[in-house]
Ligand binder design. Structure first.
Ligand SMILES: CC(C)(COP(=O)(O)OP(=O)(O)OC[C@H]1O[C@@H](n2cnc3c(N)ncnc32)[C@H](O)[C@@H]1OP(=O)(O)O)[C@@H](O)C(=O)NCCC(=O)NCCS
Length: 173
């Protein structure tokens, strides 16, 4: 499936050969590779930098389960047949006391360094938008590290900051 971004103005430049499609079970290796690359890029982060010693063994098991889950969708961006970007969308529930009870949680969002600033995040988001529309989901939420490129990118594609996540660490695990 080739996904057309919702906003045509957001489409990657013609001729970039970019293709966005849902990931399937056969894409497990690419999903794992991109997900681990994302975590390693945040090696100094208070949460994402604390990788389990056997993360290489755990990641395929976790990703396989999530690829099989009907509440999850992974979208892969490919350029020249190579997986260069990833985005995961999870149908999630908020408190039943709130008006918006269901939302899509975005995670595992990663574009290979050499492919950044070419509209790949926008294209992945177009696929996620279509997935949400099919499910009648209006809101998307995510966590990101403050400051830096990711925060600027999320702001550029329309995501506002609505809370802060705090951590208090008491020693190493
Ligand atoms: C954040 C990330 C996914 C952006 O992907 P990308 O494919 O480069 O983003 P796009 O090219 O689609 O850009 C989308 C918008 O964000 C802006 N943007 C992207 N990177 C930016 C940066 N480093 N600084 C400022 N703006 C940026 C673009 O200018 C564009 O806005 P515009 O169309 O108004 O110009 C990518 O940089 C990445 O993988 N970073 C490392 C992993 C990470 O932080 N993931 C997010 C975890 S929450």
């Amino acid at each position: 499936m080739v996904v057309t971004p919702v906003d045509p103005a957001a489409a990657p430049a013609p001729g970039t050969g970019l293709r966005v499609r849902p990931a399937a079970a056969a894409d497990l290796d690419a999903v794992v590779e991109l997900r681990l690359a994302l975590l390693r890029e945040y090696g100094h982060h208070a949460v994402y930098g604390r990788l389990h010693p056997d993360v290489e063994a755990r990641a395929p098991r976790l990703c396989r389960q999530q690829l099989d889950s009907p509440r999850d969708a992974f979208f892969l961006a490919e350029a020249g047949g190579r997986a260069v970007g990833l985005l995961r969308c999870t149908e999630s529930e908020a408190s039943p006391l709130l008006l918006v009870e269901r939302f899509a949680y975005l995670s595992s969002v990663y574009v290979r360094p050499g492919y950044r600033r070419r509209g790949i995040l926008r294209a992945l988001l177009g696929a996620a938008d279509a997935w949400c529309r099919e499910r009648g989901i209006a809101d998307m939420r995510l966590h990101n590290v403050p400051g830096g490129g990711a925060a600027a990118a999320w702001a550029a594609v329309g995501f506002d900051v609505t809370e802060e996540v705090r951590i208090r660490r008491r020693g190493e695990p």
